[in-house]
Design a protein around this ligand. Structure first.
Ligand code: SF4
Length: 430
């Protein structure tokens, strides 16, 4: 704060980054404080989003409140964000990549409203115990709360919070004091009087069955698995999506596929044969990605993926490389989405309300998970890949990072192969 004050007083300084102020017990660091006149400033909050969000206005309101309280004259308020329409033409134009939007005062909270919020927060913080409130969508949106795990312990098997239905519907049940799956009204009642959809009701029925036998498998599972034909491939992609586009013609946050893993299986329960691609540098990997992938899955009659992400990336690649459009279209026509099959036909309380592969895998294939890997989530892939491509990283470290990425993607496709085996057994015995 001392340095900030010196810079504020020096009228030669055109802008201050991370200017730090305290007022009313609140400390703020303003991303950019641009001098518009000798003693007057423009407040600029920098966001990585592509639009101004409602919660950005709260950030700006609080910053303005603190700055004014600290004696700074704020002429205008702005949010700088990424321009989603910017197209990289080979030369980075920062003035086009970012947009600076002025926020008029009628969009900001009044000083008394900010004071009211701060008073409520101080009152809450002075209590010896945390407030007793129900969790809700606000726990994850707009940000995942840092106390999320504390407030969301793994629910009991009979707890309605483990149901794979929208959070609003769970909130409705809790609001009316219905906490146990076993005490929920009938499906007809839920449909008629609570406006639950047929799909939500069938999930609740599956959960009721699973509470008594551990796993609920719909009889349709067998016919849906019959769509899987051998020779078979299990396929998974990893992408990075940088805010600053890397290659000509790209927009901010456009995904770049950098890695694939494929396990091939000639016949049911046959040996698995693995192949993989990982771009080792930051040159455009998309052509090499497609060329190698087309060869790897050429022999497959079905290609099992988990979700729709791979299909979307293939469509993007088809537009970028029209000479591969026919081959890519053939790959897309052979895709089988295992996530949809599991979501529609299998329920286990061990999924804890989520059909992410990280939850489904250990529940259906005991002993198999991602816990032993250096990379355990797709969120880590971009930063590890950036490290792998950096010039100042030694060969030993590069080898370690490369192995970590390859192991992670390989586990995804090995997981798919194991899930298909296990589901086949459940379908046979259901
Ligand atoms: S997770 Fe965070 S936002 Fe949600 S109830 Fe707990 S403290 Fe509040």
């Amino acid at each position: 704060m001392h340095i900030t004050q010196e810079l504020v007083n020096n009228s030669e300084v055109p802008a201050i980054f991370e200017a730090t102020f305290r007022h009313d017990g609140v400390l703020v660091q303003v991303d950019v404080l641009r001098r518009s006149h000798k003693k007057e400033f423009e407040l600029i909050e920098v966001k990585s989003s592509t639009t101004v969000k409602p919660y950005h206005l709260l950030d700006v309101s609080i910053q303005q409140h603190v700055l004014r309280g600290a004696g700074i004259r704020v002429k205008s308020n702005h949010v700088m964000h990424v321009n989603r329409d910017y197209v990289f033409n080979g030369d980075l134009e920062l003035a086009k990549l970012f947009l600076i939007e002025e926020i008029q005062s009628d969009r900001l909270l009044t000083r008394s409203a900010v004071s009211g919020i701060l008073n409520d927060l101080y009152t809450m913080l002075s209590q010896p115990e945390p407030p007793n409130i129900e969790t809700g969508t606000f726990c994850k949106n707009p940000y995942r709360c840092e106390f999320f795990e504390y407030c969301h312990p793994a629910p009991d098997e009979d707890d309605v919070r483990s149901l794979p239905i929208p959070a609003e519907k769970i909130g409705m049940l809790l609001h009316y004091g219905l906490t146990s799956i076993s005490e929920l009204p009938t499906a007809t009642h839920l449909r008629l009087y609570w406006h639950f959809t047929n799909r939500e009701c069938s999930k609740i029925d599956a959960a009721r069955r699973a509470c008594t036998c551990g796993l609920s498998v719909d009889e349709k599972l067998q016919s849906e698995l019959a769509a899987i034909k051998y020779p078979l491939c299990f396929m998974d992609f990893e992408t990075v999506a940088p805010a600053v586009p890397r290659f000509r013609g790209m927009k901010p946050y456009e995904p770049i596929p950098i890695q694939w893993s494929v396990h091939r299986q000639a016949h049911e329960r046959g040996m698995l044969e693995h192949s993989a691609f990982l771009s080792p540098h930051t040159d455009d990997p998309r052509r090499a990605f497609v060329e190698s992938l087309c060869k790897a899955v050429a022999c497959a009659r079905s290609i099992v993926v988990y979700g729709s992400y791979e299909n979307t990336q293939l469509s993007n690649l088809s537009r970028l490389l029209p000479e591969y459009a026919a081959t890519i279209s053939s790959i897309q026509s052979r895709l089988v989405n295992l996530l949809s099959i599991i979501r529609e036909n299998v329920y286990s309380p061990a999924f804890e309300g989520s059909y992410s592969i990280k939850r489904v895998l250990p529940a259906l294939v005991p002993g198999m998970s991602y816990d032993d890997l250096a990379v355990r989530s797709g969120d880590q892939v971009a930063s590890i890949w950036e490290q792998l491509c950096a010039d100042d990283v030694g060969t030993v470290e590069k080898a370690r990072l490369r192995k970590a990425l390859l192991d992670y993607c390989e586990r995804d496709t090995l997981a798919l192969a194991n899930l298909v085996d296990v589901l086949g057994e459940h379908a046979d015995s259901s």
